[in-house]
Write a protein that binds this ligand. Structure first.
Ligand SMILES: Nc1ncnc2c1ncn2[C@@H]1O[C@H](COP(=O)(O)OP(=O)(O)O)[C@@H](O)[C@H]1O
Ligand SMILES: [Mg+2]
Length: 273
């Protein structure tokens, strides 16, 4: 979802590097659409227990889901109907994974249970029954639910296979995003710390004005770092001698020249012009 806006932002860039990244950045619209059409917003952790395919994606799945919902509504209605028929006010219809659907009657009402109720399970304070009618609906519901789970998993594997076919595109997009991430981080650091864009030459010259050591500068009180120049080339200024007492900043100065040179090379790799 973030990639289109990333691409939009890149479209304003002038540098060759960013333009290349813009060209390469595949928004994967087809894959986004596939997932968006098929997979629910907040899918379950397990892909094998159903509940991950959106309504409207596969009519067969939808049909079985409706059958199961209808069945459940029917069962809710059954409770009221059987209370009415038998006069057992606290008659309850319930479900367990092991025993399936049942009609529960407490001890005190057992004498009102009609013959068509078949005993299924005995509890300490009552009995559970099944009827012909309830058994049929149970088969319908559980059958539909099993179908849904199987069909959803099948559909999931199809989507996964489709995405697998496009893996190279996904990887390319990931690598473009990673490059943008690196460049954006470098840009942020440069902006935050007032770094300047170095000019790279091939004549063996190092000419730094107001150089700073990026790490030492951060360690000491803000604004207290003393900036230093250096000029070195392949002619008259091949060597510089640094003198000073202990803790004068000689090592820092040498390291700062090295670090600045390395940082300049990063910029050269990015070839951002
Ligand atoms: N340019 C500078 N501006 C401000 N403080 C500095 C600067 N260079 C070094 N320092 C501080 O002085 C300390 C000693 O620097 P260092 O380069 O180790 O000295 P030397 O090598 O001359 O003994 C550093 O840890 C840093 O806190
Ligand atoms: Mg030293």
């Amino acid at each position: 979802m973030h990639i289109p806006s990333l691409k939009e932002n890149l479209s304003f860039a002038n540098s060759k590097l960013l333009k290349d990244l813009y060209e390469k950045l595949d928004e994967l619209k087809d894959i986004v659409k596939l997932i968006d059409d098929a997979i629910v917003e907040d899918p379950p952790i397990s892909v094998k227990d159903g509940g991950l395919i959106k309504r409207g994606y596969n009519t067969e799945i939808d049909t079985y889901k409706e059958a199961s919902t209808e069945g459940k509504n029917w069962i809710v209605a059954l409770e009221a109907k059987e209370r009415e028929n038998t006069g057992i006010k606290n008659l309850k219809v319930g479900y367990t994974k092991v025993f399936g659907y049942y009609i529960e009657v407490t001890k005190s009402f057992l004498n009102q249970v009609p013959d068509r109720f078949v005993r299924k399970q005995t509890l300490t304070n009552g009995e559970r029954f099944i009827t012909e009618e309830l058994k049929k609906m149970e088969e319908k519901i559980l059958g539909a639910e099993e179908k849904v789970v199987n069909l959803e998993y099948l559909e999931f594997t199809k989507i996964r296979d489709e995405i697998t076919k496009n893996i190279a595109r996904l990887q390319l997009t990931a690598s473009v995003v990673a490059s943008i991430d690196v460049l954006a981080s470098l840009a942020t650091v440069a902006e935050d710390n007032n770094y300047v864009c170095p000019e790279i030459t091939t004549d063996g010259m190092i000419d730094i004005k107001d150089g700073r050591h990026p790490v030492v500068e951060k360690m000491i009180e803000s604004g207290s770092f003393v900036q230093n120049d250096i000029y070195l080339d392949k002619e008259e200024s091949r060597v510089a001698i640094i003198t000073g007492p202990n803790m004068a900043g000689k090592s820092t100065f040498m390291r700062q020249v090295a670090i600045i040179t390395l940082m300049a090379q990063i910029r050269k790799l990015c070839s951002c012009n």
